[in-house]
Structure formats: C-alpha cells, structure tokens
Write a protein that binds this ligand. Structure first.
Ligand SMILES: [Zn+2]
Length: 506
C-alpha cells in the first residue's frame, strides 16, 4: 500500500477553467506550431487518455463492456503491435513510457519495470509535460493505479511535472479521483491508468472469465469518466476526445514480457469530434498517441517523436499493396488465416531475382512485401519484433527464412523503385526505414541510376541497423531528370534479413 500523493494543480489555470473562462477559445489548427499568442491561451479542447494495463483488444467483445463496445462501434479502433526483446520486453515500464512519450524504447530507455534514474525519460518527456511546456495555460492531470507512472518509487516518474499527479491506491480509487477531477476542473489533457485487468491476467490468464470480468469492471470506470465529462455545466462549449490503449497483452495462461503475438498485442481506440467509425487498413503504432494529443492542441510535432497523429494518410508506396497480401504457402508457424505477403509490387516498382538460387521458402524467395503480423510470426526472437519504425506493408529480403526449405544457390535479389524526379537538382537524399541484420558474406547495398544509366552504389551496410531510418545523400549529375533507387541483398544463404519501408527521394 502506498499513501496517495496529490500535487496541487496550478491555481491560476484551474481558476480559469473552473470559472468557464477557459472555454470557447478556438484551438489552433492541428499540426501548426504553438505561437507566442497561443502560449497564453487556454483551449476548449480536452483529451482523456485511458490506459488499461495488460488488456487485449480481442477480449473486449467477449466481455460485458458496453462502453468500450460503443467506442469501437462509433470511433477509430485498431490493434497495434509492440516490440519485444532485445529492444524491450513487453512490460508495463516500456509500454507506458512508449505510449506517454511517443518514442520507442531505444530512445526513452525505460527497459524494465525498475528503470531507476538511467532512462532517458527526461530527454523524451510525456505528452502532458510537452503540452505544459508549449502552453502553460493548458491544464494537465495524471492519475495512475500503477504508481510508478506518477511517483518515483522505481525510477524517474514517467509523467513529469504536470498540474496534478495522483498515485491511486486501487482502480476504484483512480476512477473516483478521475471522476471528481474531470467533473470539476475538466483538465485539457488527462491520463488515467487502471491495473486490474493486468492483475486478473497474472492470476487467472487472459482466457479466463476473471479476465473478462476485470475488463467489464474497468469498462464501468470508462463509462463513469465519460458521464463525468457529460455532466459538466460547460460541456456544450467543450470538445472532448477519449483515447483508450494498453501497454502490452497477456498470454492465455497469464503472463507477459515475451515475444508472442498475444504479449506484443496492444490497441488504440479513439472517439471525439469529427471521428467516425473506422478500422484503418494500415495499423497505427502506440507512439502515435502522444503525437495525436499534441496535434489536438496545435503543438508542433517535435522532430524526435516517432509517432504521427492518428489517421494520418500513408504516403508509403508499399502500403498501396495492402489489399494484395496473401496467406502462407510454405510457412508453417503463421496461422492460415493471416494475410501477409505478396510478390506484387506498387506501380513502377520491380524485383530482379535473376541472381537467386532455386527452391527455398516460396514466401521469401527474393524481395517480398509483408507486414509485422506475418513476418514476425515466421520466426520469433530474431529481432524482427524490433522493426518498430516500419509500418503497414514493408519490403523484406529474408535469406534466413528463405533457407528453411531445400534450395540451391544463394539469396541474391534486387528491388528497384519507381522513378523520382530530380530535374534541376544538384543533390538529393534517399531516405527509408532500415532494419538490417548482418551475417557472413551477405551484402546489403543501395544503388541509384539516373535516366536509365548504370546503377552505382551510394550506401552499403556491414553492421546491424536495428529500427533505423536511413538518410543517404546523393549527388545528381548535371542535366539528370529522373533517378531510380535499388536495394540489393546478395550473396546470402541462411544469413539474416533486410527490411525497408517508406522509401522517399527528397
Ligand atoms: Zn503485468
């Protein structure tokens, strides 16, 4: 047991909000910087992010959870995938730090449930702290049943100096404090955390009735929070959004920390002004929550954030092929119902497999388009789960998986891009998601060809590139009009892999 600790809300901001003077001021447009004028202004926007520890999206429907059901029926909802070791285990510390900071564990470095003072959480603060820094007139509130989120009991609190932090003694206590705070002061941005679903998972497993009952209990708290907001006298002049998420999943038998799909499972549900029912074809990432909240208040997205606002349209050519993904052929560990690979390429793209040996696993014979769900289930615990900065459909050359079936020769395959205009330019930058593991004689090279000329190498990788975003400078010859980019994985045989995503030439 821990004595609840309340840090008083800044008196002036709360006085404004409580008097209603804080309402009725139009928010700055999304994705624009907070101007000096905006820095002094309060906002009629309100976001409540609700964290349900260890909750599985797939169990909500089976639970008696009318409030979450209604949010899914009317709002934006999607399952999401988290990392696994060696990036970080699927634990609450890394999970909540990722949701709150909008960066992955290789940046925030909250890698366990006892992170001490060694994390980089102060360099990558939570979204409530970022809102306070951008506009101190905004009111912020954090309330957590798992106290390390808001107190210093196991390390630097994941949520920094916001207007009010409350370390709850139980989920019922967290709900009571949140109901009271939302009803009275109605903070602009809140984070409220419930822990009982995770407790039920540990005690009885995610396949148990007790786990469903715990979802039902927390669903009741979600309903009470929403009712508290609707009961505000100023509700009609306010805009309220609710986001619900989780920090990791649970196995059927109970437990998490590992790399199974159930443990890596999280989700994002959002309802609010302008949001209609949608399940995006390209799944969001948990780092998107922080970016989405900042955008709601017109705070410019910090460059170091890994997330982007929810429902941001994809500009990735590979994502255009999401409808072409097919079920397994030679793979055995991936469920037959999981669609996740295709040799079809986006318009203007091509694959050259003339150097490939014969045979091998059909799905991975040469460059393939795939997604996290399918690719990570081909073989767990080989760092495929750490490919967190690639989204939706991405391209993979996987000599390790290809070699799992009888074959001759080596894995040598080239994927070549559509043409990009470089007319009038003297230089360009090729950027792409870059998730690469080196072994043996395997070679990974990036090449460019101008106006149909010979390809020449502009980059190569001889060491692991885990969850990187590559930026390769290219000199444009005088008079060149177009460039094509080629990624070649060659001379590989049961080595590792290369995954690329969101290729761009700027
Ligand atoms: Zn747990």
């Amino acid at each position: 047991m821990r004595i609840p600790r309340t840090i008083p809300i800044a008196a002036t901001a709360i006085a404004l909000a409580a008097s209603g003077l804080a309402t009725g001021i139009a928010a700055a447009p999304a994705a624009t910087a907070a101007t000096p004028a905006a820095a002094a202004a309060a906002s009629s926007n309100h976001v409540v992010v609700i964290g349900i520890d260890g909750a599985l999206f797939d169990r909500i429907a089976a639970a008696d959870a009318p409030n979450l059901d209604a949010m899914i029926a009317s709002g934006y909802s999607s399952k999401t995938w988290l990392y696994a070791a060696p990036m970080a285990q699927t634990l609450s510390g890394p999970g909540w730090a990722t949701n709150l900071t909008g960066v992955w564990p290789d940046k925030h470095k909250v890698l366990s449930n006892t992170w001490g003072t060694t994390s980089d959480i102060t360099e990558y603060p939570d979204f409530l702290t970022r809102l306070e820094r951008a506009n101190s007139a905004l009111t912020t509130y954090a309330d957590a049943s798992w106290n390390p989120i808001v107190d210093g009991s196991v390390g630097t609190p994941l949520i920094g100096t916001v207007d009010k932090r409350y370390a709850a003694t139980s989920d019922a206590d967290a709900a009571a404090n949140a109901v009271s705070t939302l009803r009275s002061t109605g903070p602009n941005a809140s984070f409220v955390h419930f822990d009982d679903v995770d407790h039920a998972g540990h005690s009885y497993g995610a396949a148990s009735q007790q786990y469903l009952d715990a979802i039902s209990e927390v669903d009741g708290y979600v309903g009470r929070l929403q009712a508290a907001v609707r009961a505000r006298s100023t509700y009609s002049s306010e805009q309220w959004s609710f986001i619900v998420t989780a920090d990791h999943g649970h196995t059927d038998a109970g437990g998490h920390g590992g790399s199974t799909p159930a443990e890596r499972s999280a989700f994002i549900i959002k309802t609010g002004p302008g949001i209609t029912k949608q399940t995006p074809a390209i799944r969001p990432k948990n780092v998107d929550i922080a970016a989405d909240v900042l955008a709601t208040f017109g705070v410019a997205r910090p460059a170091e954030l890994d997330g982007r606002p929810l429902a941001t349209a994809s500009t990735d050519p590979f994502d255009t092929m999401v409808g072409a993904l097919k079920p397994r052929v030679d793979e055995t560990g991936i469920p037959a119902s999981t669609l996740g690979w295709t040799k079809s390429m986006p318009t203007g793209w091509s694959v050259d497999n003339t150097g490939m040996g014969t045979g091998g696993v059909t799905e991975w014979a040469g460059w393939t388009l795939t997604d996290d769900d399918f690719w990570t289930q081909s073989q767990r615990d080989q760092t495929r789960e750490a490919n967190v900065r690639e989204r939706g459909v991405f391209a993979v050359a996987d000599s390790d998986e290809w070699a799992d079936k009888t074959h001759t020769g080596t894995f040598s395959s080239r994927i070549t891009s559509q043409p990009y205009s470089v007319a009038g330019k003297t230089s360009a930058t090729v950027s792409f998601g870059n998730h690469y593991r080196q072994e043996g004689t395997q070679q990974a090279t990036v090449l460019v060809s101008f106006d149909g000329g010979a390809f020449r190498q502009v980059a190569s990788y001889t060491t692991d590139q885990i969850a990187q975003v590559a930026s390769v400078p290219v000199t444009v010859p005088s008079g060149a009009k177009q460039v094509r980019v080629q990624w070649a994985l060659t001379n590989a045989d049961n080595d590792w892999y290369w995954a690329i995503d969101e290729p761009q030439v700027r």
